[in-house]
Design a protein around this ligand. Structure first.
Ligand code: NAP
Length: 485
């Protein structure tokens, strides 16, 4: 298998990795380049029997892989890390072709994806249990960490590399064997990453990758008691469904679901820095990120100053095929993503929002949506109550701190929130008051391998990365020693 086959205009057929073997299928799914709408290649439409075979292989491998030492697992991961970095340019090109994001962003995602492999390779070597020497008379206690078993990892299309490594590196470091199910929209980055993991020397069956009918695969992985853990990143709707399907066998779950991040600019903020962070948070990946600034709240005293500054910044954003030099915004993932954004904007305009800027991108094709700036948005509009997942800045004005905190928290989502202020007392107060899993204080980026990533409320359960990321794939056994006389 040569994963570097994904060259421009070359239709390719890729495979599933089951028990160390790359297997194709008679039935396949076509994968398209969102920038050109042309077919890139095909992936297998796995059948139920092969899902069954994959679970069997992962369990068989778990029996030996879980007994490998921390040092062995760390070395496999570090080798994988080195290979990902060595192939970063090829991986980024594959990612841009299937996902659309500009090449510079794809390269940044590969570095970010690699950072999780390195992080967990290092974490596992110092991941100890506790020893409690006779805390009560006649007894001592020790805790031991064990891998939960076979872990299924279901990932979305918006970060086709990082969403896999954030899960896979933690699971493999903990001693779990894994079954990866990437999005059918972006499978080639996943296949390339798994090919590199094979080259790093992980044992057969430790890493498996399957593609096909998401509902069938998801149902089988959830219902099968041999799969002990499901880690899912994607929409809240599918997360709820997987939660229900996993209930029968009390499966361990991590759910990283949708967000609706407030981004607040107070009147005492450094406006230049706040605007730079806002542009980055909103327009990274064309707005298609779960932690994207979604509801923008700005102190009304800044209105006259802010709007022209934002328009000036938006005029500088270039839109086009992500493989082209100096493109800032690529295409959206597909036409239904474009329609969803267009519908939200139409609804907002009908309810009184004002469109003060929209880029001219008519010539680019059906998967592009123009960078847009709306003002006079309010909570009666659908755009303020759902993930926009597109390049639209939707501004609401506020007058008081208490008012904006109440508005910001008035959502079912609880993933990320951001605010800008130069007042340290306000920073502490507002950071504490925002009901979200991650808060950016004078920062529009909250994601890093060393920091726990995850949400509250309908944004999910569990934390990935950081010092707690391994625990998602472990259970703790307590040994209680009676002291015999
Ligand atoms: P999605 O439709 O929920 O899909 C996510 C994954 O689930 C894909 O692999 C998809 O496969 C699969 N899937 C779809 N239906 C399924 C089913 N019935 N059973 C099992 N698996 C199923 O979400 P998306 O549109 O790809 O991603 C966007 C969403 O992800 C947004 O809401 C975003 O906020 C969220 N997200 C969250 C985070 C986070 O860390 N919290 C990070 C990134 C994205 P197919 O694509 O092959 O159908």
């Amino acid at each position: 298998m040569n994963f570097l086959q994904l060259n421009d205009n070359q239709l390719i057929k890729q495979a599933n990795l089951i028990d160390g073997q790359w297997l194709t299928s008679n039935n396949s799914i076509t994968v398209y380049n969102p920038a050109t709408t042309q077919a890139l290649g095909e992936i297998p439409l796995i059948d139920e029997q092969n899902v069954e075979n994959t679970i069997h292989a992962a369990l068989k491998s778990f029996n030996s892989y879980s007994k490998s030492t921390s040092y062995e697992k760390s070395l496999w991961l570090l080798k994988w890390y080195d290979l990902v970095l060595a192939h970063a340019d090829d991986l980024a090109k594959i990612l841009t072709q299937e996902q659309g994001k500009p090449l510079a962003e794809a390269k940044a995602e590969i570095q970010y994806a690699a950072s999780f492999i390195q992080w967990f390779a290092e974490q596992i070597k110092s991941d100890h249990g506790l020893t409690l020497a006779e805390p009560v008379a006649g007894k001592s206690f020790a805790t031991h960490k064990h891998p939960v078993g076979v872990a299924a990892l279901i990932t979305p299309w918006n970060f086709p590399a990082a969403m896999i490594t954030r899960k896979a590196a933690a699971a493999l470091a903990a001693g779990c064997t894994i079954i990866i199910k990437p999005s059918e929209l972006t499978p080639f980055t996943a296949i390339a990453l798994v090919e590199l993991a094979q080259r790093a020397g992980f044992p057969d069956g430790a890493i498996n990758l399957i593609t096909g009918d998401a509902a069938m695969i998801g149902d089988k992985l959830c219902q099968d008691v041999r799969v002990k853990k499901l880690s899912f990143t994607g929409s809240t709707r599918v997360g709820q469904q997987l939660f229900q399907q996993s209930a029968n066998n009390i499966k361990r779950l991590s759910l990283e679901l949708g967000g609706n991040a407030p981004f607040i600019i107070f009147d005492d903020a450094n406006l230049d820095q706040a605007i730079s962070a806002l542009i980055q948070s909103k327009f990274r990946n064309n707005g298609q990120t779960c932690v994207a600034a979604n509801r923008i709240y700005v102190d009304i005293k800044l209105k006259q100053q802010l709007v022209p500054m934002l328009i000036e910044r938006l005029k500088q954003l270039t839109c086009g095929n992500g493989l082209t030099e100096d493109v800032d915004l690529g295409p959206m993932i597909n036409s239904s993503a474009v329609s969803k954004v267009a519908t939200l904007v139409t609804d907002a305009l009908a309810k009184g929002a004002q469109c003060v800027y929209q880029a001219d991108i008519k010539h680019l094709g059906p998967h592009y949506y123009p960078a847009t700036l709306l003002t006079e948005v309010n909570m009666q509009m659908a755009i303020a109550n759902s993930e926009i997942f597109g390049p639209v800045l939707a501004i609401q004005w506020f007058s008081h701190e208490a008012e904006v905190i109440s508005l910001a928290n008035n959502t079912d989502a609880g993933l990320a929130a951001y605010f800008f202020s130069d007042n340290i007392h306000r920073c502490q107060r507002v950071a504490n008051a925002l009901d979200f899993g991650m808060v950016g204080i004078n920062s529009g980026m909250v994601s890093h391998a060393i920091s726990p990533f995850g949400g509250i409320k309908y944004s999910g359960i569990g934390r990935e990365g950081g010092h707690t990321g391994l625990a998602e794939y472990q259970y703790i056994k307590a040994h209680c020693f009676g002291h015999l006389s």
